[in-house]
Design a protein around this ligand. Structure first.
Ligand SMILES: Nc1ncnc2c1ncn2[C@@H]1O[C@H](COP(=O)(O)OP(=O)(O)OP(=O)(O)O)[C@@H](O)[C@H]1O
Length: 856
């Protein structure tokens, strides 16, 4: 058996070789024959009249034929063309070619389709030509005898008109069927024309041909494989192809895809499909899945008919529902906003109560009117031409004597000084002019000459020369200025005017701390008053609090009248304006506690700065029950810092440095003034954290360097003449003048209005010594409300001083004292920053036992 099968297998190639030789022989013979036929027919058509009489005289050598293939050619032409079907005989020659290629296995033509088309035209064309020529003259040869006779018989039966109807209808049907020219496809194509560019339509044309070919191919293959599939059944994928064509985006994929897909799936190996008929069952199985169009992109699917997506049909015969009528809609589900519960709650609260109004406690508070400030007469800059000319001549003359040529000179008159800007001639060194400062001062016989070489950003050299009759800058004029009135700065400070007579303002919240220096009598106190006045004219008491430290005891005492409006103090202190050095230390440390508490609040509220935090609080997004409150700005003003450093040293320096480093974000800003800006007062640590500096006239250039890191402050003329350094450049300003009576009037105006119950209370600061006293609790010295307070604390399990204040209607001092006693007795834990103290007794029953023990 084994051997036999091996033999068979060995014989197989041999057989196939013979078969292929036979195929080549027969195939080529048929093609050559077709060629002979064609040439014979052509030759016959050219000579048929002459040769027709010679038909049938094959053996008569005397009779010559004009046909290219002689008498054989004549005979073939006569048989096929004249006596049969006329010029349609060429189709028969063509069919021999098709047959030949089939035998040679060359898939040049689709045999069955070609035979079908050929058959149609073999029937139709002779009748048409017969109808046209009616056998007249030479025309009879075109239709052939059969063509003419069939036409004649038809004409006799259905009439001439009927004949034409049959001819035209049959050709029309042929085209409709073959080129798929049905109304639906015509409509689809029209739609496509509307929707697409002309280019798209163009691209469609070859595709439809392709589709046509592909369908033919499919049909042919189905026939070849003798599958029980009719042409109608095969039209199913066609239908789906048509529908999908409606979608212009899908079209390109679809037009080529279905058949291509069939081929791809059905014949994983294309050559084996051609050669092996065993692949037929696979064809049937896979064709059923062709309606699924895997190539449709998701984004293209919006307009695609449902049938385009169906993969469930088991075969072509299970035709899908009319795809034209099925609309497929795809909706993208809307993204549902997840509303934050907290936001909703705060929105509800705002809807119910409106935004939180921090001004509500002092709703009737009136901002001070401008009239409180004195008018100092005409503040117009008077131009003294003589003085200007004289100074100019002196400058030019002096520079000439030192061989410094000037190309140009310009004067700008300010309230106190005139700025002469000179453009030196080319080749003059800037340093050589700078060296002449003292000589120019001597020559002009004036104090306070300052040379700015070069002027930043101007390319000139500036010489500031004090005016003989300076103009005073009143506080009233700068407060009344549009610049100040319309400012949107958080803490606007109007210093005065620049040398070009412009109102100069800066935002304290941006500075964020200011260091001021100036020798006695040079306008430092006036400067502080100007700063405080500007803030008082802009901020409501609920928005701003001052912590005033005044070791000289007299400078800031004027402001004691505004204690219940604008001042902050320690809970246990009587005076809001701190003059005692020991209290200063506690106050500064208390401010540090306030700063830490504020940072905790900001952290819990997820805010980066005070402004953000207050905005959130105003929008009721922060719950006061959790310790949140509206946070006013706090401005610490220290007049005479040198004095503090002399007496308290590091104890003052450390909290000041800490505040300066950290407090800006939580709205605590420092203004520190000193007469003696020596390095032991303004240490490196302090200086590094005070970017903004204001220098009035100082005694020495060393002091000037200490405060400004440059000379110049020692050259000022006093009386509010100042230099302001904002971290980048030094500006010469004339400080606005505000006299003591004006400040008094302002303080009185504010003080007379309804204020808060007390000054703003800073957090209690328990120094190390004080902490030790907390530990020694004497039951005999306990507060009368101690037990009540303990019950409240234990029942609520909240160790909060402010809660005791509210519940027992106590002042902060007393509530704080009771809390200390509760801590000392062991009912509550130690101070815990912004958080409430820990309650160490868990229930009222245990507390009563504890109190009983204390009593005994
Ligand atoms: N901006 C100004 N415009 C006009 N004159 C001024 C100005 N500032 C100060 N003066 C004058 O200088 C005098 C002293 O000013 P101020 O009291 O401010 O000096 P000071 O530096 O505070 O001195 P001290 O440190 O001794 O208190 C004022 O009485 C006033 O006459």
């Amino acid at each position: 058996m084994e051997k036999k099968s091996q033999k068979n297998r060995a014989a197989m190639p041999e057989t196939s070789k013979i078969l292929s030789k036979q195929r080549i022989f027969f195939g080529l013979t048929l093609i050559v024959f077709a060629g002979v036929l064609t040439l014979s027919f052509i030759s016959y058509l050219m000579n048929w009249k002459a040769d027709q009489s010679q038909a049938g005289t094959f053996l008569d050598k005397t009779i010559k034929s004009s046909n290219i293939f002689g008498k054989l050619g004549d005979w073939l032409g006569n048989i096929f063309i004249f006596e049969s079907i006329g010029v349609a005989s060429f189709i028969i020659a063509f069919l021999f070619v098709v047959l030949g290629t089939m035998i040679l296995k060359k898939k040049i033509f689709k045999p069955w389709m070609t035979f079908g088309h050929s058959l149609f035209f073999i029937c139709w064309l002779p009748i048409l030509l017969g109808a046209i020529t009616r056998g007249n003259g030479n025309g009879g040869v075109l239709s052939g005898v059969y063509g003419y006779q069939i036409m004649d018989s038809l004409s006799a039966i259905i009439g001439n008109a009927g004949l034409w109807v049959v001819l035209l209808v049959s050709i029309a049907l042929y085209f409709i069927l073959e080129f798929n020219l049905r109304p639906s496809s015509i409509k689809a194509k029209l739609n496509m024309i509307n929707e697409n560019t002309i280019g798209k339509v163009k691209s469609m044309m070859p595709n439809s041909d392709q589709e046509f070919d592909a369908d033919e191919e499919l049909e042919e293959e189905l026939h070849e494989e003798e599958q029980n599939i009719t042409v109608n059944e095969v039209s199913s994928p066609k239908k789906s192809a048509e529908v999908v064509k409606k979608n212009t985006i899908i079209q390109e994929a679809q037009e080529t895809q279905p058949i291509a897909e069939v081929e791809k799936i059905v014949t994983p190996n294309q050559t084996s499909f051609d050669d092996n008929k065993e692949s037929a069952p696979t064809l049937n199985l896979n064709i059923s899945t062709t309606p699924s169009i895997p190539t449709i992109k998701p984004e293209d699917a919006f307009d695609a008919p449902v049938s385009s997506f169906s993969t469930s049909s088991s075969s072509f015969s299970s035709s899908p529902a009319e795809p034209d009528e099925i609309k497929f809609k795809v909706e993208v589900a809307p993204v549902i906003d997840i509303v934050d519960e907290a936001d909703k709650q705060s929105q509800d609260l705002v809807d119910k109560h409106g935004l939180y109004d921090h001004r509500l406690d002092l709703a009737k508070f009136q901002m001070p009117p401008i009239d409180l400030l004195k008018e100092y007469g005409n503040e117009e800059i008077s131009i003294n031409k003589e003085e200007l000319e004289e100074n100019k001549n002196k400058i030019v003359g002096l520079l000439k004597t030192f061989n410094v040529g000037i190309a140009e000179i310009k004067a700008t008159i300010g309230p106190t000084v005139t700025l002469y800007e000179i453009v030196p001639e080319a080749g003059i060194r800037v340093a050589s002019i700078k060296k002449l400062q003292d000589d120019i001062a001597l020559n002009l016989s004036a104090l306070g000459i300052r040379i700015i070489a070069p002027m930043p950003g101007k390319g000139t050299i500036g010489i500031e020369v004090p005016r003989k009759n300076p103009t005073m800058v009143s506080m009233r004029s700068v407060i009344a200025s549009q610049k100040f009135q319309n400012t949107d700065m958080d803490l606007p400070v109007v210093f005065g005017k620049t040398i070009s007579n412009e109102v100069f303002m800066a935002d304290l919240s941006k500075m964020p701390h200011l260091l001021m220096a100036g020798a006695t009598g040079q306008g430092k106190s006036v400067g502080i008053n100007a700063i405080l006045t500007s803030l008082l004219y802009k901020k409501h008491p609920s928005e701003l609090k001052f912590v005033m430290v005044d070791p000289k005891k007299v400078e800031l005492s004027l402001y004691s009248k505004i204690e219940r409006h604008y001042l902050a103090k320690l809970p246990d202190s009587d005076d809001a304006i701190i003059t005692d050095t020991n209290k200063v230390i506690n106050t500064l440390n208390s401010l540090c506690v306030e700063m830490d508490q504020r940072y905790d609040l900001l952290k819990n509220a997820f805010c980066k700065n005070l402004k953000e935090y207050n905005k959130k609080f105003t929008e009721r997004k922060l719950n006061p029950e959790n310790g949140h409150r509206y946070l006013p700005y706090i401005v610490l003003v220290v007049d005479e810092f040198a004095d503090l450093i002399m007496t308290a040293g590091k104890e003052v320096e450390l909290p000041i440095a800490r505040l300066a480093q950290l407090a800006r974000a939580v709205g605590i800003h420092l203004i520190v003034a000193t007469q003696r800006p020596s390095v032991n007062v303004i240490t490196g640590m302090i200086k590094a954290n005070f970017p903004a500096r204001a220098a009035f006239r100082v005694i020495s250039s060393v002091d000037s360097r200490t405060i400004l890191d440059s000379t110049g402050a020692d050259q000022l003329i006093g009386k509010g003449d100042m230099l302001y350094f904002n971290g980048n450049e030094i500006l010469r300003l004339q400080c606005a003048f505000v006299d003591t009576p004006e400040v008094e009037r302002l303080a009185e105006f504010i003080g007379e209005q309804k204020g808060y119950a007390s000054a703003f209370l800073l957090p209690e600061y328990v120094s190390d010594e004080a902490t030790s006293t907390v530990g020694t609790f004497d039951p005999n010295e306990k507060d009368a409300l101690f037990e009540d307070a303990a019950r409240i604390i234990v029942s609520t399990q909240q160790g909060s001083t402010s809660m005791l204040q509210r519940q027992l209607k106590l002042g902060y001092n007393r509530a704080g004292r009771i809390m200390d006693q509760l801590e000392a007795s062991g009912i509550v834990g130690g101070f815990n920053g912004a958080k409430a103290r820990e309650v160490l007794i868990s229930d009222l029953y245990s507390l009563e036992q504890f109190l009983e023990d204390l009593r005994n």
